[in-house]
Design a protein around this ligand. Structure first.
Ligand code: NAI
Ligand code: MG
Length: 358
């Protein structure tokens, strides 16, 4: 019997709708001619449009509805007329947090045909996976405001680091580093200035490292890390950082690999008790929404990560090969990569590459 995976697709806002449309079309062709398994896709119209209509981005039981699925494919959320904190907390974080998708995995490498803005850095020189702690840290939602509008107004933004939360992300990162050929992990920290939470972070890194004698690891302060990423990208492999630090470093990583339009991510619940969520790292890109020029490569790579996670590595590898065949041709680059191709043209080229014999 053909295996069927249930996929929840949440295109969201702006270019999220465009790139998820392209991603689903590619997945349909891929699964149509690969045999072996099927994807049963359910689309959800959650996002800013729903908020304007009925006052919420998703239903109150939205996260519970997603439990029925094997994976979630997410576009982006955010609209120019709505506050970003409202849309982010109302949809993306309203999914990640209840489903406990605590490991945010962000691979970055320079795909064939794509030029890094760094001189002398080519494919092979930059091949990283950033692991972002995705459930606590600076984005735990702790804090508040009082005395609004008064001179004594105060706002606190409290970063939360728990032994349980830090230990599980460190274990995950060491395991991921171990699975990669170079077996190398860099733990990003800022324990010189943030001397409570990040000191716990450092101590737990050292404890967990004892169980991984085959992984070589080092520590970097986050500010110095931006310098190392830029000047010595070859020296890095797997990287683990807090929610805020990794958020920033992974945008830098995407830019160094050519464009934020190619960068994928997975929000994983590694124990599999709830579905994981896969999304391009970019946002809804108001500036180019509706123009048909969004780069769909991030979403295609994201779809490959989803297939890998579902246990279909052969299909994932086939999709990656098709993506790389397309990026290798500069006439198929979208404007963010310096080209003139449309989203649709790139989608059609990936579909054509999929139908070629491997
Ligand atoms: P953004 O990632 O949407 O855009 C940053 C820049 O990169 C823009 O110039 C955009 O045109 C370009 N860009 C992004 N993706 C691209 C693609 N696939 N192809 C070509 N160019 C691309 O970040 P920004 O501008 O800070 O935020 C826009 C909205 O997205 C805001 O409402 C923000 O809150 C939201 N956002 C949502 C995220 C999510 O849903 N996960 C993540 C980041 C931002
Ligand atoms: Mg970000």
């Amino acid at each position: 019997m053909t295996k069927t995976y249930r996929i929840a697709a949440i295109p969201g806002d702006g270019i999220g709708v465009e790139v998820i449309g392209a991603g689903l079309a590619v997945l349909e062709v891929l699964t149509g001619n690969s045999g072996g398994f099927r994807l049963e896709v359910t689309r959800f119209d959650w996002g800013s449009e729903r908020y304007r209509r009925i006052g919420s981005l998703m239903p109150a039981d939205g996260a519970a509805q997603l439990l029925a699925f094997d994976a979630i494919l997410f576009g982006a959320v955010g609209a120019p007329d709505l506050p970003d904190h409202l849309t982010l907390w109302g949809l993306r974080l309203a999914i990640c947090q209840p489903l406990d998708q605590y490991a945010n995995v962000r691979p970055t490498r320079i795909l064939p045909g794509i030029r890094s803005p760094l001189a002398r850095v080519g494919p092979g020189d930059l091949d990283w996976v950033i692991v972002r702690e995705n459930s606590e840290g600076e984005y735990a939602g702790h804090g508040g405001r009082s005395h609004r509008g008064k001179p004594q107004e105060v706002a606190t933004e409290v970063a939360i680091f728990t032994r349980a939360g830090v230990t599980r992300i460190m274990r995950f990162a060491f395991e991921l580093a171990r699975s990669r050929p170079r077996k190398r992990l860099t733990v990003v920290t800022k324990s010189n200035a943030q001397r409570h939470g990040l000191l716990l972070w450092d101590e737990i890194a050292a404890e967990v490292a004892q169980g991984f004698p085959d992984v070589s690891w080092d520590k970097m302060l986050v500010d110095a890390m931006t310098v190392r990423m830029t000047l010595h990208p070859q020296s890095l492999d797997t990287i683990v950082a807090t929610n805020l630090h990794a958020d920033i470093l992974s945008d830098l990583a995407a830019a160094l690999a050519g464009s934020i339009g190619i960068a994928p991510t997975a929000n994983l619940n590694p124990d599999g008790s709830t579905p994981s969520m896969f999304e391009p790292i970019h946002g809804s890109a108001h500036d180019i929404a509706g123009k048909g020029i969004a780069n769909p490569v991030a979403t295609f790579w994201t779809a490959a990560m989803m297939l890998e996670h579902l246990g279909e590595p052969a299909a994932a590898a086939r999709l990656m090969r098709a993506i790389e065949r397309v990026t290798a041709d500069p006439t198929l680059h979208t404007p963010d990569l310096g080209g003139a191709a449309s989203t649709r043209r790139v989608k059609e080229a990936v579909i054509a590459a999929l139908t070629l014999a491997d």
